[in-house]
Write a protein that binds this ligand. Sequence first.
Ligand SMILES: NC(=O)c1ccc[n+]([C@@H]2O[C@H](COP(=O)([O-])OP(=O)(O)OC[C@H]3O[C@@H](n4cnc5c(N)ncnc54)[C@H](O)[C@@H]3O)[C@@H](O)[C@H]2O)c1
Length: 316
Amino acid sequence: MTERAISKVAVIGTGVIGASWVSNFLAQGLSVGATDPADGAEARLRAAVDAHWPALTEIGLAPGADRGRLTFHPTPEAAAEGVDLVQENGPERVATKRTLFAALDEAAPADAIVATSTSTIMVSEFQDACTRHPERVVLAHPFNPPHLIPLVEVGGGSATAPEVVARAIEFYRAIGKHPIHLKREARGHVSNRLQIALWKEAFHIVQSGIASVEDVDAAIAHGPGLRWALLGPFLNIHLSGGPGGIRGLLEGPLGAATTGMFGELGQPTMDQALIDQLSEGVAEELAAHDVEAMIETRNRLLVELVRDKAAARVLP
Ligand SMILES: NC(=O)c1ccc[n+]([C@@H]2O[C@H](COP(=O)([O-])OP(=O)(O)OC[C@H]3O[C@@H](n4cnc5c(N)ncnc54)[C@H](O)[C@@H]3O)[C@@H](O)[C@H]2O)c1
């Protein structure tokens, strides 16, 4: 595969994630060809881009950033014509991904990268639907909302060429994302596996009566979550470990006491009673709050945090 600069991208599926990617790519000065078969999809997409634009302007638009660089196409094939990279964000079903990737394989230029945002499907489950160029199919899993959250998890399936993964990582880094490399496929990738591990114990804590929904939320949002927004689990252990750092902590009594608790973590039963308990707990937490205002405030604080964190430069 020859190297090509990435200036024109296709976004396939413009729901929650696709629309956010479109905004992100436009803000980075790229041309975007989008498609989505839903009624009214183009109008919804343009409204979403307009809604995202003030935050992207605050974060900083790249030279050439222009909402006029968005075109909308009737089919994935038309959107993928002549592009340098495809970002697929269709429904989370293997059969749909297979159909879409077979079409994109035919339509995208041979040297274009074809990426999927899938959260739970592995590239190897649909890559063989690409009979021409399976080697350029990669995972590029963002975190919602992708126009604000820097993380992108990048990896390949069994037939992906390592140099395509490397090019994809380079591309996402160049447009201001923070890519991480998956050395092998794992369902749920990395960040969602970590989230799910936390959810599992959070559900167990509520179900077994250790603490309320509200207090579990507070235990993260007013506690370790504040540090986790700045540094990951290993660096947080290291910085809390005193002069010995992570080694001293893990080799010492606190490390042994903590890792000795692995077997204490619970296995919640996902029954209707637990779903009701969690839903009612969240409703109680939200009783005095306006959800739309909460989302707006969360997104505003996210923008400030991402911007301040990038400016601080001492954090990895
Ligand atoms: N929602 C999240 O938090 C999140 C985060 C990261 C990744 N993802 C992944 O992103 C993808 C999209 O998720 P979403 O949350 O945006 O879903 P969504 O339901 O909001 O959007 C899916 C869009 O795909 C469109 N669509 C249906 N058939 C299509 C087709 N044949 N071709 C093109 N588009 C088609 C739908 O009309 C819809 O607009 C999924 O693979 C999901 O796993 C989701």
